[in-house]
Design a protein around this ligand. Structure first.
Ligand SMILES: [Zn+2]
Length: 374
């Protein structure tokens, strides 16, 4: 069998394209020829910093037994090229996107309490293809469990399919924040997740949506993606009393004295926590969807006196993917505008990772395309 080209993480700031042996396709698995795989902010984080998800050097993931080097990439779509002998719900030639999460089912263990209540994303044995399990999306192919695959509905291309994962993160955040139709939102940061939340809030029938962003390019994107207001939090405004005002709070209070129903923090700074929590109405929700570099200071009197709620959410469940695919199939929202570059796998390091690090504001989502000049 021919070897597989795959991008592997060896440790801090060490990634390279390798030729590796294909893995066998077990009875309950399918083999995909990968079409597209998006680069995620967490891929950059795992590459540049001390890994949060990838196994530490010399250590194996306790559940998947995988150790470095690991194949990266967890936002992918592809075409099924081989079907395990016991798989009945999928067939060769089908186009699918993948929920890359692993849970008890992957280790043939009985469901834990979290998995039983439909929350495998917080299973203590959670892992993910592309960071700490066998195989990832920055490769010619991958073998995954059949129940990780979601067939792409009519009208959803393989390119759009690769966006299902980041959009599922956004969908999960909106869903678990208990956001209701007609409510107002503040989104902190117009990066890929902030913009994905903005796009999907339209699907949810949101009232006003304000988004904050410091770069001009991303502010423009946020406007194009339908934000009612885009505010630069660094542009201090003078209030009526001559005092400097927080421009984000000014904007929020310009249409609602009480504040927004939900703040989504996709930035994760002390300043975004302060502003985001202050912008929430009494009884409203501050929802964290950012990875934090360090602990922050928090005055819990906001939670106590004003009954504001602080929630967070990780990843997604299959339900979130299904809802995102439905939204994509409706064709109402131009999700493809999130794609700012398509780069062949052979150029993943410089054209993908380095490009994203050096020109962050220029990009929402860079898709890597295996099998194209690789
Ligand atoms: Zn579990």
């Amino acid at each position: 069998m021919a070897t597989v080209t795959a991008l592997r993480l060896y440790g801090r700031e060490q990634i390279q394209l390798d030729r590796i042996e294909p893995v066998p396709c077990q009875a309950d698995e399918v083999r995909l020829r990968i079409a597209y795989c998006g680069i995620c902010g967490s891929d950059i984080h795992e590459y540049l910093s001390t890994p949060i998800f990838a196994p530490a050097s010399g250590k194996a993931n306790p559940w998947t037994k995988v150790s470095l080097p690991v194949v990266m990439g967890h936002e992918f779509s592809g075409t099924i090229v081989e079907v395990g002998s016991k798989v009945t719900d999928l067939r060769a030639g089908q186009e699918v996107c993948v929920n890359p999460s692993l849970d008890d089912r992957h280790y043939t263990l009985p469901d834990c309490s979290r998995c039983s209540e439909g929350k495998p994303n917080i299973c203590k044995r959670w892992a993910t293809y592309g960071l700490n399990a066998v195989g990832g999306g920055f490769a010619d192919e991958i073998v995954v469990k059949h129940f990780n695959c979601l067939p792409l509905p009519q009208g959803v291309s393989l390119k759009l399919g690769a966006l299902a994962e980041p959009l599922a993160v956004a969908w999960h955040s909106i869903r678990t924040s208990n956001f209701k139709k007609g409510q107002t939102a503040l989104v902190l940061g117009a990066g890929p997740i902030g913009l994905a939340i903005l796009l999907l809030l339209r699907t949810w029938g949101a009232g006003k949506v304000i988004i904050t962003e410091v770069t001009e390019q991303r502010s423009k994107q946020a406007k194009q993606f339908g934000a009612d207001m885009v505010v630069n939090p660094l542009e201090k405004a003078k209030g009526g009393d001559g005092q400097e005002q927080d421009p984000v709070l000014e904007a929020v209070h310009s249409f609602s004295e009480d504040g927004v129903d939900v703040t989504f923090d996709a930035t994760g700074l002390q300043s975004t926590l302060n502003t985001g929590l202050a912008a929430v109405r009494p009884g409203g929700v501050f929802f964290n969807v950012a990875i934090h570099e360090k602990p922050l200071l928090l005055n819990l009197n906001d939670v106590f006196i004003l009954e504001k709620k602080i929630l967070g959410g990780i990843c997604y469940t299959r339900e979130d993917f299904e809802q995102v695919l439905k939204a994509m199939a409706s064709g109402e929202i131009p999700f493809e505008d999130m794609i700012t570059a398509v780069v062949p796998l052979s150029d993943v390091v410089s054209g993908g990772f380095r490009e994203l690090m050096n020109n962050k504001a220029k990009h929402v989502k860079i898709l890597i395309q295996p099998g194209n000049g690789a």
